[in-house]
Design a protein around this ligand. Sequence first.
Ligand code: PMP
Length: 417
Amino acid sequence: SRSEVSYFGAGPAPLPTPVLESAASALLNYNNTGIGITELSHRSADALAILSATQSALRHLLDIPDSPGADGYQILFLQGGGSGEFSAAVYHMTSIHIGALVAAGTPDADIRAAAARMKLDYLVTGSWSLKASQEAARLVGAEHVNIVTDSRQHTPDSKFGTIAPASTWRPTPTATGDVALTYYCDNETVDGVEFPSAPSGPNLVADMSSNFLSRAVDVKAHAAIFGGAQKNIGTTGITLAIISNSILPPHATMADPKLLRKLGLPVGPVVLDWPTIAKNNSLYNTLPIFDLWIAGQVMARLLSHSPSGTTPRISVQERESVHKATLLYSTLDAHPTTYTVVPATSVRSRMNICFRVAAGDVSAEKAFLQGAEARGLLGIKGHRSVGGMRASNYNAVSVAAVEKLVAWLEEFARERG
Ligand code: PMP
């Protein structure tokens, strides 16, 4: 049964049981309307109330500026997952890069030259930022993609597992005005690497799919932040984006699609178009209100666990995340002959704890996993691309579940002597 299991899956990931219990009844009869929540119109008053409550909860949790001016941020809900936003970010940042030149009255020949020089800067620190950079190259051409850093060039085994010091990075010089986007993935889910703090760069866009709502975020340092909901926030099927007004009309100018085509630059699908979604308050097309509601319930719980004077409100959850990650890493570190943590110490993820058992010995790893399963500790097998172990420590993983895993880590290490 659910109560006998501690689940450390990397995503989809555990959700708080009380939220799922309310969801089960909302599926049949939402708020005593006699209508199930998945049957509600996305334009009904009930759906609009869910939308605005969820936006407001996220604003409070992360202290997201809500001014209507260029310094404010919109909260958008989309579909297409984190992967959809890999593409959306490229389409959008490319369009406003060219749009700014048009708005400034730049002559056509100079716009053509600037378009040819345009760069999208990617910090490649793991599998997901690598995928995002590959999508950018697919959409705009590799000549427009500048790999600022590739962590694989900085590890002895040429695998992901570190973030090289910023002094070694090769960003496109800001003074050229050619940088349409600086992209990073805040937490690399597969490789267990997390940025200790946000990097800097012009037009900064962050993928926070796997550490959203686990710590305070310097929202103002970003042009956009996005993430799929299915790890810390809710069910698969909804994507969150926090978009600066400064990159949306009327503060930014979108390039005419005809001009983009003429310049050989891509025009994205309307369902990924941030200005369209923003203008329609996330209701351009049918939004999955059930998924939105789940996200709202999870956020409401986080708010209820943090007293209203706390700033930002997410800091209570941040402390718990650090506490749970510290329990796990200190146990692994205490048994160096049995366990090796994969990533470098300074960039260890608080969310995805990646480690090897007996230096990756196949039978020892199998025995570890079998023992874990027998104790109801599930979802610990590492990503198929890297192997090893990965215990994901998302918000809904309780301290008690982490303590059970710690007990098994200790028992297994003792057994091996
Ligand atoms: N970014 C990160 C950091 C992820 O972990 C994932 C999925 N695990 C993605 C992007 C892709 O998300 P999706 O499957 O929602 O497209």
